[in-house]
Design a protein around this ligand. Structure first.
Ligand SMILES: [Zn+2]
Length: 88
């Protein structure tokens, strides 16, 4: 399929779904994108904030149990990973 114009469900702006992206989405079995690149980046940041809050809450509520510490460690790892992806 050639490049297609889609409407972002958040900001209602038109954005281009390129032929290359379409191939990638099809290959991954994803539905067509609902949001433009900017809104997707914004949502990624929002989810980063949520993970960060969870990590802080787990840390503050640390009851001295090793599994709580593990949960915090996992949250921090996810955060690092997500931060890396956002920066790209
Ligand atoms: Zn948008």
């Amino acid at each position: 399929m050639p490049d297609t114009q889609l409407e972002c469900c958040d900001c209602k702006k038109q954005f281009t779904w390129t032929e290359r992206d379409q191939a990638f989405y099809t290959q991954q079995g994803f539905d067509k994108p609902k949001r433009c690149k900017d809104c997707r980046a914004k949502r990624k940041e929002d989810s980063l904030v949520k993970i960060a809050i969870r990590a802080v809450e787990a840390w503050e509520g640390w009851d001295g149990k090793p599994e709580t510490k593990d949960a915090v460690g996992t949250a921090i790892e996810r955060l690092k990973d997500a931060a890396h992806r956002v920066r790209k």
